[in-house]
Design a protein around this ligand. Structure first.
Ligand SMILES: CC(C)(COP(=O)(O)OP(=O)(O)OC[C@H]1O[C@@H](n2cnc3c(N)ncnc32)[C@H](O)[C@@H]1OP(=O)(O)O)[C@@H](O)C(=O)NCCC(=O)NCCS
Length: 181
């Protein structure tokens, strides 16, 4: 194999595990949520104070409200992303909403999909709510691909106000945690 064809560490397929978000994880959250490129489909970067507040919320989060995890690659044991689900009232029903984010240097290797599959398994074993929804922007190609790949059904595109004052069109994807288990 010529040198050009030898995959770099970041091109190789990886395995991942998820671990509960913890006290030392603020720097990862800052990289994920403070970067304008990362937040282009999510209403723009969060302010430093909002990220600190969010970190505090994640540290206090209890299972009745949801769970937030960091996604860690194996065998490097490097924390490169975030996946979480939280309870939400959606069209008169109590559901989980799920979201995910992976550092640009590690995107395109299946990490978000693998981490989200693990989070789905955890939500299923929690056994509290039947439906999980994801609401990626219609323009967010990778996130819509992840929903499709993980067995979510596209309900329809809807207008969302997020953050307050700004409107975006998002797909409403739904996963039946009971039927797909
Ligand atoms: C969305 C995000 C988490 C994806 O992370 P990732 O680890 O690169 O995702 P994966 O590699 O697991 O999967 C991406 C899939 O999208 C596909 N994809 C990539 N770009 C695409 C595009 N423009 N259109 C359609 N599909 C696309 C990939 O081919 C891959 O599918 P495959 O594994 O079947 O080939 C990452 O881009 C990110 O952090 N974005 C910023 C935060 C964000 O938008 N979060 C979503 C909130 S709902």
């Amino acid at each position: 194999m010529s040198k050009e064809n030898v995959p770099t560490q970041h091109e190789r397929p990886v395995a991942v595990r998820i671990e509960p978000w913890g006290e030392g994880d603020l720097p990862l959250l800052q990289k994920l949520l403070g970067d304008p490129k990362m937040m282009e489909h999510l209403g723009g970067p969060e302010s430093p104070q909002k990220i600190v507040d969010r970190q505090a919320r994640y540290e206090r989060l209890t299972a009745d409200k949801g769970r937030v995890f960091k996604i860690i690659t194996e065998p490097e044991a490097e924390a490169v992303g975030w996946v979480g689900y939280w309870v939400k009232t959606w069209r008169d029903e109590t559901i989980y909403e799920v979201g995910w984010s992976v550092l640009p240097s590690h995107q395109g290797r299946g990490i978000a999909a693998m981490g989200t599959a693990l989070a789905i398994a955890r939500a299923r074993s929690d056994g509290k709510h039947r439906f999980m929804h994801a609401f990626p922007s219609v323009d967010n190609g990778p996130s819509n691909a992840i929903c499709r790949k993980l067995g979510f059904t596209l309900v329809k595109a809807r207008q969302f106000e997020y953050p307050p004052g700004s409107f975006m069109e998002c797909n409403d994807w739904r996963l039946d945690l009971v039927a797909s288990g």
